[in-house]
Design a protein around this ligand. Structure first.
Ligand code: GLA
Ligand code: ZN
Length: 690
């Protein structure tokens, strides 16, 4: 039933029957049927019950619930139970617990305490995965494997002896000789030269700034370690149950590891999404995350978890008011999810998460939340035609983990060093400004397209660009070999390329491009950057257009950063109006072959973004939908049909003007033409009938 035409939308959630007496299980099944639940995720945290000691595996309770679910036609997304290891294992092997950057080994007493490179942990999960797969092979309920859970959420960085050893091996493979490593890391600086592999330690906070290439290599190494950790289980399970699809439930924070590493080893992408109902921009926040997950495989994905109402880990946890859970569920579907799932089925009575909402709240079935859940579960039957369709984008935003890690904060020190001494830098390292943010810039561009209802994909730099008309690379700080040629080809053929300040500053080994930042992108952009000027907090400059350009105002504000650039072949469309670089280009356009490349030397205000991106969309024949404030439109297409999701995120009713034609609402069966009324939090899925 996974994300294929003519199947149901997947509806359900994490289910922990082990937390409840077996009498409750019967109640659970009854309520699941009532809510039209068709899949539950089980087993995720039950390792200690399945393997009570090193030599014993017991499946009795799990068999029983698997059979009950099968008998009721409820599919199972089966967790491999490896996300929280049992205490006996932790105590027996001293390499299991991860080590913080401070050098402290994390105490046990929670989940995700394992080190990603622990040989004992890896050995134990291979065995457990094998036992699980062999035992449940062919079980009627088994529909999907759920490997581990939220990789790297709490244990993304480890500095233990095993990681150190594995890092040395990784470096040896990458560099071959210690001389190559010294060269790549630039260790002549501050007398850091290494003479043997054994001298290399993990890059824990030191007395001052650390080697930037080493920091990045360590992050790359840990990122790959999470992927090889996944493969430990994947390689065991795949041959035992070749027909059962495999996923891993991602947390959704891509800064912790490079999700693109997983691309060829996932049958379906699944992840968890917890927008804060107190955030006025929650819908944009969510849209970006859905987009990233959809783009990972370019096909429908699964929302594995969302909150039925509030979570328990924001500083203040606001419940979803009536209607909001439904609206955000349809938003997930609009962006390409084929599932609506929750954490968790029944709100816990004990443990760390008892204040987190559940589909069945502590209050029980006669609650607002359960009613909204079961109404939605039943309503979703009407939308089943959307399954398998996806969002077709002509615009792609590039996401490059290396640039992200080089600019933002993988070592987690914020503006402070470990001993709390204030360190004026973005990542515990000397840096031009803490105000610049790689992901913040990406989000800024994404939101600008969102405001015009233009669908985008978010893709890596080494992807196939041929289906896109516009490629946007916000702060592409690192430019890797091959990218120059790819993007030049793309533009030559008529594509539009947009990039920003602080782009093309470093190469793969974190060495600065000399003879002008922008580096290898000089030709396609027709500019060179000589210096940069980070602006003080709250500081502004302005971009003055060099002439009257249709669709643009005369002047726009800008902030955060100004590159001081020179054009070579590009046309200057706007200049800065303040500072010693007054008159230097703030916005340029370069004709390159049949296409155009734009360079934005600063962070422009929103009105510029709207005007600029509208112009780009117009020129490339990309449709902009003007809708009332707070209304989102996303279109899914597939199997020859289009489904327009109209989502009213605002607190008031809205009147939408529809494009020409006759439409039918999948949820109500009502025909629409000309206009569409949306109540507060209202949703319509329109399919064209004529
Ligand atoms: C994550 C985890 C779940 C649960 C929820 C609570 O998504 O995967 O096990 O802890 O958070 O929001
Ligand atoms: Zn470790």
């Amino acid at each position: 039933m996974l994300t294929r035409k003519n199947t149901e939308i997947i509806f359900g959630g994490d289910y922990f029957p082990e937390q409840w007496p077996q009498d409750t299980w019967k109640e659970d099944i009854r309520l699941m049927k009532q809510a039209n639940v068709n899949m539950v995720s089980i087993g995720i945290f039950s390792w200690a019950l399945i393997q009570p000691d090193e030599n014993t595996f017991t499946f009795d309770w799990l068999d029983k619930i698997m059979d009950m679910l099968a008998a009721n036609n409820i599919d199972v997304c089966l967790g491999t139970a490896t996300a929280a290891q049992p205490n006996w294992l932790t105590r027996k092997y001293d390499d299991i617990l991860f080590v913080r950057e401070s050098g402290e080994q994390v105490p046990y007493g929670s989940r995700q305490t394992y080190c990603v490179n622990s040989p004992s942990y890896r050995k134990a999960i291979r065995l457990l995965a094998e036992k699980m797969a062999t035992h449940y092979k062919g079980h009627k309920a088994l529909a999907l494997w759920h490997i581990n859970n939220e990789y790297a959420n709490k244990n993304s960085m480890c500095f233990c002896k095993n990681c150190e050893k594995a890092f040395r091996g990784w470096l040896q493979k990458k560099y071959g000789t210690i001389d190559n490593l010294n060269e790549s890391w630039g260790t002549v600086f501050w007398s850091e030269k290494y003479s043997a592999w054994e001298e290399i330690n993990t890059p824990r906070a030191s007395a001052g700034g650390r080697n930037a290439t080493k920091l990045l290599d360590y992050k790359r190494f840990l990122s790959e370690s999470f992927f090889t950790l996944y493969l430990e289980e994947y390689n065991v399970i795949r041959p035992i149950t070749p027909d059962v699809p495999i996923t891993s439930n991602f947390e959704g924070d891509w800064s912790k590891f490079d999700h693109y590493l997983f691309r060829n080893h996932l049958d379906v992408v699944s992840f968890n999404i917890y927008p804060d109902p107190g955030n006025p921009d929650a819908r944009k926040w969510a849209a970006l995350r859905h987009t990233m997950m959809r783009s990972l495989l370019g096909k429908p994905f699964m929302v594995m978890e969302q909150a039925p109402s509030q979570v328990d880990w924001y500083p203040v946890n606001i419940p979803k008011p009536p209607g909001l859970m439904r609206l955000w569920s349809y938003q997930a579907l609009a962006h390409g999810s084929d599932s609506v799932m929750y954490f968790q089925w029944r709100a816990s009575k004990k443990g760390a998460e008892k204040y987190h909402s559940g589909m069945v709240p502590h209050f029980g079935e006669n609650s607002r939340v359960f009613k909204e859940i079961s109404d939605l579960g039943n309503e979703l039957k009407k939308a089943k035609d959307i399954v398998g369709s996806t969002v077709d984008s002509k615009v792609a935003i590039l996401l490059d983990n290396d640039s992200w890690w080089a600019v933002d904060n993988p070592y987690g020190h914020g503006t402070k060093s470990l001993d709390n001494e204030v360190f004026w830098s973005a990542n515990g390292q000397p840096f031009p400004t803490v105000l610049v943010s790689y992901f913040g810039e990406l989000e800024y561009y994404f939101n600008a397209f969102y405001d015009l209802n233009i669908p985008v994909d978010v893709i890596p730099v080494d992807y196939d660009f041929s289906k896109y008309k516009v490629i946007v690379a916000p702060i592409l700080h690192m430019v890797k070999p091959g990218f120059k040629e790819t993007i030049e080809n793309f533009v030559k053929k008529g594509g539009t390329f947009i990039t920003t300040y602080f782009t093309g500053v470093i190469d793969e080994s974190v060495g600065v491009f000399l003879d002008g930042y922008i580096g290898p992108l000089k030709d396609v952009l027709g500019v060179k950057v000589e210096e940069y000027n980070p602006l003080p907090p709250g500081g502004k400059n302005a971009m003055k257009m060099t002439g009257t350009i249709k669709g643009f105002k005369k002047k726009y504000g800008c902030s955060i950063w100004c590159d001081v650039a020179h054009t070579t072949s590009a046309k200057t469309l706007a200049t800065f109006v303040e500072g010693y670089y007054t008159g230097s280009p703030s916005f340029t356009e370069n004709q390159f072959g049949n296409g155009k490349a734009y360079y934005v030397a600063t962070r422009p205000d929103k009105d510029f973004m709207r005007d600029f991106l509208s112009k780009i969309a117009d020129a490339q024949g990309i449709k902009i939908s003007q809708l009332p404030e707070g209304v989102e439109l996303v279109t899914r297409s597939g199997y020859g049909r289009n489904y327009g999701f109209y989502l009213n995120h605002s607190g008031t009713k809205k009147l939408v003007t529809l494009p020409k034609g006759k439409y039918e609402d999948l949820l109500t069966g009502i025909a629409h033409q000309g206009t569409l009324n949306l109540v507060k939090y209202g949703v319509s899925i329109l399919r064209k009938t004529k």
